[in-house]
Unconditional design. Structure first.
Lengths: 383, 250
């Protein structure tokens, strides 16, 4: 009878198409809106994710997110290095700076300074130049995504050109030279990010006693990350977070402070409700339209359980097909727009979408089954 | 209740009377609604239908014919009285037991055919067997056989929408016959058909059931098919007021 149920479902192509469109629409809304939200959320901690070398991040306890700019005393680095279980610890500087481009344009940028000796903390992908070029005098590396955009400069013949290796800059009124162009994933903040060495970054931003933003820590093999984390926090009095904890703290702070979380939660919820209403109504109509046939089956000898099974098979099949179409369309959308739009589609979201769509179909099916259960088979004699 | 018996004119009925009753009803009542909106559809119906008989239920619209066959077929609960089919009282069965009993012992032919439009006519005819758990291939094979016996052997892969009204009713008859039920209830089986087609449908129905001794209850307004009845029960206002063997006695 399951095959009969499927033939009832798919036999009327127009109705079946309507059910599929409803469920696919719900799936698309949930998956696409969810993926955009997760894309935005993941961009908030892009800096942490693009600094994968560290197991632990040591920072001022009041630091709310990675661009908060609260600095520590440099003595903290030595104290961290003295903690049992630390394989290595390197300094990192991160603060906003005033950038003057070769054509005189002023920009605000984020300036990152990485360990002079090891260059630990640099992005891993360089489009032009090399990490080693940062050892040259006044050298800075710039973001590929910004060189033709926010960091483009006026061309002599009119128009603009990308910032190039060899171009001279002013960072907080000190000379810098573009030595490399790196590539990284888009971040949440719009200001371009420049990398240089830790000591040069301090020269670019003089005048304060505290110039250590982070200490990046690698835990020795075999040592407990949690234990080392507690030890560092105890010894330094600073906050010590794993990359995941730091990323999560950053994401939560930014999403809650900007209102993005609640706005997208509402968008996803609305998508779910609209999709649920469309899909639920369409499937309910399908059951309703077939009521006389279900009544006939009931009279002929189909038990309530059998009819419930038939409706469940129909609902699950429609949900699976509708979900596949919607999730596929969302994935295609994400692929088509590329990196221009924040879009992150992890398997967790696909599972959430699947569960949601199956849930919608299940609720519709339960409503239909309740109606079938209450259906008097005698109604079949009403012409 | 007045009963007119004419044994010489109804040999089938005489044969039927030698057998135990297929249907036995005593004092059947059924109300719809409640309070001031209550409508009494059956007012103490007594009825015996011997096995193998073709009984037609006739009477004005709203007199209770459909309610009576619904109760007899076990698709509607009675309020009071007794009703047993082949010795089984539906009231003594669970909901599932009632469904199983119907699925095994009763066939249905509906006025509106109620064929599932998205299935082929072979699949439609096979439904009672599929509900009994007969494998799909075997059920379809048997359905094709029954459809051939009602003259639709060449159209088994068509959907109902491609058939005429008469052909659809023949599919419905095939569906009612396929699991060899002992009782078939038919609700206005010819009302949607022209005279010629209606006659053919009744001949087919009677021919297919008489050799098996199947009991038939046919609700109808169509006086043109009265000649196929062994007996005709006339209902009015929720009661059977007359049972005759010839239409002229109504």
């Amino acid at each position: 009878m399951n095959l009969i149920a499927l033939r009832m479902l798919t036999g009327d192509r127009a109705k079946y198409f309507g059910i599929l469109v409803g469920l696919a629409f719900a799936s698309l809304l949930i998956t696409q809106q969810g993926a955009i939200f997760l894309g935005l959320a993941s961009r908030t901690y892009q800096f942490v994710a693009d600094t994968p070398q560290a197991d632990l991040w040591v920072m001022d306890p009041q630091m709310q997110h990675h661009s908060d700019g609260k600095q520590m005393l440099e003595t903290t680095l030595a104290r961290v290095r003295g903690v049992e279980g630390v394989a290595w610890a390197v300094p990192m500087y991160r603060a906003f700076a005033q950038l003057r481009l070769p054509d005189g344009t002023l920009r605000t940028c984020l300036l990152n300074g990485v360990d002079d000796a090891t260059l630990t903390g640099l992005p891993g992908d360089f489009a032009e130049g090399s990490p080693e070029s940062l050892r040259h005098e006044a050298a800075v590396a710039v973001d590929l995504a910004a060189v033709a955009g926010k960091l483009s400069v006026s061309a002599p013949g009119g128009g603009s050109r990308p910032l190039m290796i060899g171009d001279q800059l002013e960072l907080n009124e000190r000379r810098g030279v573009v030595s490399a162009v790196y590539r990284q994933r888009p971040g949440f903040f719009w200001d371009p990010t420049l990398y240089t060495t830790f000591s040069r970054a301090k020269q670019f931003s003089p005048g304060t006693r505290r110039q250590l933003t982070f200490v990046l820590v690698k835990v020795r093999d075999g040592a407990s990350v949690a234990h080392v984390q507690r030890s560092i926090a105890g010894v330094t009095g600073m906050a010590c977070r794993t990359s995941d904890q730091f990323a999560w703290k950053t994401a939560v702070y930014i999403l809650t402070q900007t209102g993005i979380l609640i706005n997208f939660a509402i968008a996803v919820l609305l998508g779910f409700m609209v999709g649920a209403a469309i899909a639920g109504q369409t499937f309910y109509n399908f059951v309703n339209d077939n009521l006389r046939y279900f009544a006939a089956l009931k009279a002929i000898g189909a038990s309530d359980r059998r009819l419930a099974g038939m409706v469940a098979v129909q609902a699950l099949t429609a949900a699976a097909c509708g979900y596949g179409l919607g999730a596929g369309a969302a994935a295609f959308f994400g692929h088509a727009v590329g990196e221009g739009l924040a879009f992150f589609l992890p398997w967790h979201l696909l599972v959430f979408g699947a569960v949601s769509v199956v849930g919608i179909a299940a609720v519709s099916a339960v409503i239909g089954i309740r109606k079938l259960k209450a259906l008097e088979p005698a109604t079949v004699f009403k012409s | 209740m007045t009963t007119h018996h004419d044994i010489t004119a109804a040999p089938a009925r005489a044969l039927a009377h030698d057998r135990p009753p297929a249907v036995r009803c005593r004092g059947l009542t059924k109300d719809y609604g409640s309070g001031t909106a209550r409508v009494r559809a059956l007012r103490g119906v007594d009825l015996d239908i011997p096995e193998g008989e073709l009984l037609m239920l006739v009477g004005p619209s709203g007199c209770g014919k459909t309610t009576l066959i619904s109760v007899v077929a076990g698709v509607l609960d009675r309020d009071q009285g007794e009703c047993s089919v082949f010795g089984t009282d539906f009231a003594s069965l669970s909901s599932g037991g009632r469904t199983r009993f119907r699925g095994t012992n009763i066939g249905f032919v509906f006025q509106a055919f109620n064929l599932i439009p998205t299935l082929t006519i072979a699949e439609n005819a096979a439904v009672p067997l599929l509900l009994q758990g007969v494998p799909r291939r075997e059920a379809l094979e048997r359905a094709r056989g029954v459809l051939a016996s009602v003259g639709l052997g060449e159209r088994t892969d068509n959907t109902p929408g491609k058939l005429s009204g008469g052909q659809q009713q023949r599919v419905a008859i095939a569906r009612a016959l396929i699991h060899r039920p002992r009782l078939i209830v038919c609700d206005e089986p010819t009302s949607a058909l022209d005279h010629h087609t209606g006659m053919k449908v009744m001949e087919m129905l009677k021919g297919a059931t008489s050799e098996r001794g199947t009991t038939l209850i046919v609700v109808t307004h169509d006086s043109r098919i009265f000649e196929y009845a062994d007996r005709i029960a006339h209902m009015d206002d929720g009661q059977i007021d007359k049972i005759v063997t010839h239409a002229k006695d109504l």
